[in-house]
Write a protein that binds this ligand. Structure first.
Ligand SMILES: *[C@@H]1O[C@H](CO)[C@@H](O)[C@H](O)[C@H]1NC(C)=O
Ligand SMILES: *[C@@H]1O[C@H](CO)[C@@H](O)[C@H](O)[C@H]1NC(C)=O
Ligand SMILES: *[C@@H]1O[C@H](CO)[C@@H](O)[C@H](O)[C@H]1NC(C)=O
Ligand SMILES: *[C@@H]1O[C@H](CO)[C@@H](O)[C@H](O)[C@H]1NC(C)=O
Ligand SMILES: *[C@@H]1O[C@H](CO)[C@@H](O)[C@H](O)[C@H]1NC(C)=O
Ligand SMILES: *[C@@H]1O[C@H](CO)[C@@H](O)[C@H](O)[C@H]1NC(C)=O
Length: 428
């Protein structure tokens, strides 16, 4: 018989054994994983400053203790079409400031550090780099590692660009807890109260003209000429740096669109953004669209109709700012869908290939419930449509930047002599 005492000994021995095994496993894994620049043992021979120099060299190529300079536009408040241009504008500023630009994460139609997809999932970084051959890029992931590996943490300044008066002034403001919370995934230090700036650039009218615009940009660049290793920058919705240029889309997205464009060949593309339309008008709008399509299809003989919409083709609306879906919206879609066979990103299976990206399974699942990737592919399909039609006042959001971008691109193609395109835009 085993005495209770020796039973305890056995149990203790067992746990000690398990503990030792686990400890060894952990040590083994740690040494395996440690592919940082300097391993633990040899690190003893360097001072922290010397190690930081090595870390800087690895991430920004500068061999000094505080020599890295980054600009991190970490949150574009608007949807993709606008954010795209704003991000490009910040890249121009990064060039002026001689700073590396952090390629902020993307997702659900935003360029935002809190999102899960890497920047290159929306954008063609190689083509973007060609536009800015003299600007260094770093991915958000690498940038984050830099902050983590540093012994003395990089110092940061936060600049909030607001459309407030007096224009072209700045002041120090209180730290915003929301910002600090969002920045927790990185490892910065903010020295003190002068680390938070509010930059006032006045209202839109004051810099809509060329001269005001130029002086606003100069002011921004001067104010942001700071010593801090990291400048975090965020802006108001109305802030607008004028640029006709935009960041080109990732190859997998342009190729997905090209497959559909080839398949549809001759097609009428409809853009119906229902958000901010007048709800009671929805069914009437659908009837008018059906009449319009009847006339256009019988005149041209074109059978293929492609629909891009924020109406929920899957489950959620295809736009995260579209919250109030009503019976009228459903009615309108029924009227349209029962009159014509419509192609959409779902019916064409244009995004089915995303299943291959198994490592991004979770974020991609969220993405397809929102409007990011499908919004981009839709846009590329609309741009190349034989006929493009968008809603009249009341039926849709009429001043959409998304529609504007499609129209501008179509104008360009017509100018270049692409004869397949028969109109620029029509309102049904
Ligand atoms: C660290 O310093 C010790 C003692 O000076 C020396 O024996 C060892 O080789 C050094 N290690 C490295 C990696 O330089
Ligand atoms: C720009 O920054 C790099 C290091 O990041 C430095 O070597 C270079 O001299 C700077 N150029 C100018 C014009 O300041
Ligand atoms: C904050 O830090 C900066 C840079 O170290 C320094 O010039 C400034 O005087 C400090 N401000 C306050 C209020 O401590
Ligand atoms: C923060 O303080 C340190 C030490 O005084 C200084 O070197 C650094 O430039 C300061 N950073 C900012 C952003 O003011
Ligand atoms: C649209 O047409 C242009 C000009 O023909 C072409 O270069 C581009 O690849 C097309 N885009 C798509 C998505 O088909
Ligand atoms: C249109 O109807 C078909 C079948 O009747 C359905 O599969 C499709 O999802 C509908 N499309 C829209 C945009 O509601």
């Amino acid at each position: 018989m085993i005495s209770p005492f020796s039973k305890n000994i056995r149990i203790i021995t067992f746990y000690v054994f398990v503990f030792v095994v686990l400890l060894n496993v952990i040590i083994f894994l740690k040494t395996q994983n440690d592919n940082t620049l300097i391993n633990i043992q040899s690190a003893d021979n360097y001072t922290h400053d010397e190690l930081d120099v090595q870390v800087n060299k690895k991430y920004c190529g500068v061999e000094t203790k505080n020599g890295c300079r980054f600009l991190f536009a970490y949150h574009m408040p608007e949807q993709e079409t606008s954010s795209n241009r704003h991000f490009l504008a910040f890249t121009q500023i990064a060039r002026q400031l001689n700073r590396t630009i952090v390629l902020t994460n993307v997702g659900q139609s935003r360029i935002w550090s809190a999102r899960q997809l890497p920047f290159d999932f929306y954008y063609n970084v190689q083509a973007f780099q060609k536009k800015f051959p003299d600007v260094n890029f770093i991915t958000q992931e690498e940038f984050k590692k830099w902050t983590k590996e540093r012994h003395s943490k990089p110092n940061a300044i936060h600049a909030n660009i607001e459309n407030k008066k007096p224009k072209n002034t700045f002041k120090y403001v209180k730290t915003k807890p929301k910002v600090l919370k969002e920045m927790r995934r990185f490892d910065f230090t903010f020295n003190n109260s002068s680390s938070f700036l509010q930059i006032n650039i006045g209202n839109k009218n004051s810099w809509i003209k060329e001269e005001g615009h130029r002086s606003m940009i100069n002011f921004l660049e001067n104010t942001l000429s700071l010593e801090a290793e990291v400048i975090l920058v965020v802006h108001d919705k109305n802030y607008l740096i004028k640029t006709d240029d935009s960041i080109p889309y990732a190859k997998h997205l342009t190729e997905a669109a090209e497959r559909i464009v080839r398949k549809l060949d001759q097609y009428i593309a409809i853009h119906w953004r229902m958000e901010r339309a007048e709800v009671e008008m929805m069914p009437e709008c659908a009837k008018r669209l059906v009449d319009y399509l009847n006339r256009l299809t019988s005149r041209t003989g074109i059978k293929n109709i492609y629909l891009a919409t924020d109406y929920p083709l899957s489950r959620k609306p295809q736009s995260d700012t579209f919250h109030k879906l009503s019976n009228e919206h459903h009615q309108a879609m029924k009227i349209l869908n029962s009159s014509f066979q419509l192609d959409t990103w779902i019916s064409t299976h244009s995004l089915d290939y995303l299943k291959e990206y198994t490592a991004l399974e979770r974020p991609l699942k969220d993405e397809l419930k929102g409007g990011g990737l499908q919004g981009i592919v839709d846009k590329l399909i609309l741009i190349n449509a034989t006929y493009f039609v968008s809603g009249p006042k009341g039926c849709c959001r009429i001043l959409s930047k998304y529609t504007r971008r499609v129209v501008d691109e179509r104008k360009e193609l017509v100018k270049k002599g692409v004869t397949r395109i028969k109109n620029v835009v029509d309102r049904w």
